[in-house]
Ligand binder design. Structure first.
Ligand SMILES: Nc1nc2c(ncn2[C@@H]2O[C@H](COP(=O)(O)OP(=O)(O)OP(=O)(O)OP(=O)(O)OC[C@H]3O[C@@H](n4cnc5c(=O)[nH]c(N)nc54)[C@H](O)[C@@H]3O)[C@@H](O)[C@H]2O)c(=O)[nH]1
Length: 147
């Protein structure tokens, strides 16, 4: 059985800085296990579609709902890694926080969060596949900005 989780790479743009240095990614640190950092995401419930999971988990874990977010079309990353002997697939969509000052509200599952520029975000993310995902998001947004 393949474990499956879905979520959002969420970013905000700082108004006081010019692109591309104005992009910050949201990473959250688990309150359990090895206290790893990831964007909001979680397991797909039985019968639930992937995008609904991503929205639900983002609401539950970060207190950010659909109205807080602007979806970025055309970006979807699939990560594959092993967790406790099982294959896991994680899907991340990309969304911008509409109000860069909107408050993140954590659940019991996380003990800390950070808005981080790409370099710091990659350090927190630690895993190469998640670093690649964040880098792909940054490149995607920079490319969009040039069009
Ligand atoms: N007490 C306790 N409880 C736990 C533990 N574990 C879970 N719970 C419970 O489960 C619930 C969470 O439910 P959801 O929110 O629905 O699901 P997810 O968001 O999917 O949550 P997970 O944390 O299970 O999944 P991952 O983030 O995938 O971490 C799993 C492993 O993979 C590594 N890893 C992480 N990201 C990457 C990556 O991008 N790339 C690579 N290569 N590796 C990566 C990571 O370092 C770790 O070793 C919690 O409420 C807890 O009750 C635990 O160790 N102790």
């Amino acid at each position: 059985m393949v474990l499956r989780a879905c979520g959002f790479v969420i970013f905000r743009r700082l108004v006081q800085k010019p692109p591309p240095d104005n992009i910050e990614f949201l990473l959250m640190q688990t309150s359990y296990g090895e206290h790893h950092w990831t964007p909001p995401k979680g397991h797909v419930d039985p019968g639930e579609d992937d995008f609904t999971t991503a929205l639900r988990e983002t609401q539950e874990e970060a207190g950010l709902g659909k109205d807080h977010l602007r979806m970025v079309d055309g970006f979807l990353q699939r990560l594959h890694y092993r967790v406790r002997g099982k294959d896991k697939e994680v899907l991340y969509w990309l969304a911008e926080l509409r109000d860069p000052n909107a408050q993140v509200v954590l659940s019991d599952e996380h003990q800390d969060y950070r808005w981080a520029k790409l370099e710091e975000a990659c350090k927190l993310a630690k895993y190469q596949d998640l670093q690649d995902t964040l880098t792909a998001a940054q490149r995607y947004l920079e490319k969009q900005g040039k069009q």
